[in-house]
Design a protein around this ligand. Structure first.
Ligand SMILES: NC(=O)c1ccc[n+]([C@@H]2O[C@H](COP(=O)([O-])OP(=O)(O)OC[C@H]3O[C@@H](n4cnc5c(N)ncnc54)[C@H](OP(=O)(O)O)[C@@H]3O)[C@@H](O)[C@H]2O)c1
Length: 271
C-alpha cells in the first residue's frame, strides 16, 4: 500500500492534503501537536522531530511520499529550550532533519516523492549565517521569509542529490489559502493580523482546493515530471538564480548540518 507522511496534518493545508491522499487510497501518517494527527510532536524541537522520525520508521519501512506542511508565519523571533530560533527550527530545520532521517524509507519506494510546501522562490535571500538564530534582534517579514528561502535552497539541494534516483522533489507555493496561518501569526501587530487574516479568508483558496495539486505532486507521476518549483494549479515556476547559487547553498548546508548534527544518527566510524 502507498504510504505517505504529512507534517502539519492536523489543520490547514496539511490536513486537507492528508484527507485528499487518504481519499485516493493512501495510508497517511500525520504529525503535528494536535491529537487529530496520528503522531504528536512539537516539530520546533529537534528532539521531538527525531522522535517523530523514529516513530514513523517503526510504523513503516517505506514512504512513497513525504509532504512537509507544518509551518508558521511570525514577525518576531523566539527561542526554544534547545537554543534554536523557533520559526527557523519549525519551518526549516525540522524539515531538513526529517528528510535526513527518513530518506532511506523514501528511497525504498519505487518512485518516492518529497514535497516542501513553502513559498517556492518568492522570498529574497535574507539568511544571515552569522546570526541564524536572530540573537542580534530583528523583526518583520524576514523572520519567516528567511526560512522560506532556506526551503528553496533545501529543495534544489535535494533535487541535485537525488537526480540519479527515482525520487522527485517539489517545492510548492500554494498561493493564498484560507487557513489560520496569518490569524495566529505571533509578533505581528493585532490590526495587521486582522486585515491579513480577513484578506486570506476572502481571497484565499479553500484548503481542499489548494490541496489537490499538492496531492498530485505526492502521488501522480505525470504531475511531478521531474519535480521543481510549482505554483497554484501545478504551474511551473522558474527557480531563481539566487537559489541555484552553488556556493551559497553549500554554506547554508554546512551551517544547517552543524545545527541538526546532534539529532542525526551517528554514522559508524572505521572498525
Ligand atoms: N496559507 C497560505 O496562504 C500559505 C501561503 C504560502 C505558504 N504557506 C505555507 O503552507 C504551510 C501550511 O500553512 P497553513 O496555511 O496550512 O497553516 P496552518 O493552517 O496554520 O497549519 C499549520 C500546521 O502546522 C502545524 N504546526 C504548527 N506549529 C507546529 C509545531 N510546533 N509542531 C508541529 N506542527 C506544528 C499545525 O498543527 P498544530 O498547531 O496542531 O501543531 C498545523 O497543522 C506553511 O509552511 C506555510 O508557510 C501557506
Amino acid at each position: 500500500m502507498t504510504t505517505t507522511l504529512v507534517t502539519g496534518g492536523g489543520a490547514g493545508i496539511g490536513r486537507a492534503v492528508a484527507a485528499e491522499l487518504a481519499g485516493r487510497g493512501h495510508r497517511v501518517l500525520t504529525v503535528s501537536r494536535s491529537s487529530r494527527s496520528s503522531l504528536q510532536a512539537d516539530l520546533s524541537l529537534m528532539r521531538e522531530t527525531g522522535r517523530a522520525a523514529e516513530e514513523v520508521a517503526a510504523r513503516t519501512d517505506r514512504l512513497d511520499s513525504i509532504v512537509l506542511c507544518a509551518g508558521v508565519f511570525a514577525g518576531a523571533p523566539e527561542w526554544t529550550d534547545e537554543g534554536l530560533e523557533r520559526v527557523l527550527a519549525l519551518n526549516y530545520l525540522s524539515r531538513y532533519l526529517l528528510i535526513r532521517r527518513l530518506l532511506p524509507l523514501v528511497l525504498a519506494a519505487p518512485a518516492g516523492r518529497i514535497v516542501l510546501v513553502a513559498n517556492a522562490g518568492k522570498y529574497p535571500d535574507t539568511l544571515d549565517l552569522d546570526d541564524l538564530q536572530m540573537r542580534r534582534g530583528g523583526r518583520g517579514i524576514r523572520v519567516a521569509g528567511r526560512t522560506q528561502f532556506a526551503n528553496d535552497l533545501l529543495a534544489v539541494d535535494l533535487m541535485e542529490e537525488l537526480r540519479a534516483t527515482p525520487v522527485e522533489v517539489a517545492c510548492v507555493f500554494p498561493g493564498l489559502v484560507a487557513t489560520a496561518v496569518l490569524r495566529d501569526a505571533r509578533g505581528v501587530p493585532g490590526p495587521v493580523r486582522a486585515v491579513a487574516a480577513a484578506a486570506q479568508r476572502i481571497f484565499g483558496a479553500r484548503p481542499e482546493v489548494a490541496a489537490r495539486p499538492i496531492a498530485d505532486l505526492a502521488d501522480d507521476p505525470a504531475a511531478t515530471a521531474g519535480g521543481g518549483f510549482v505554483g497554484p494549479r501545478l504551474r511551473r515556476l522558474e527557480i531563481p538564480p539566487r537559489v541555484r547559487a552553488e556556493e551559497r547553498r553549500a554554506a547554508v548546508r554546512t551551517a544547517t548540518e552543524a545545527l541538526v548534527n546532534p539529532w542525526l544518527p551517528a554514522t559508524p566510524g572505521p572498525a
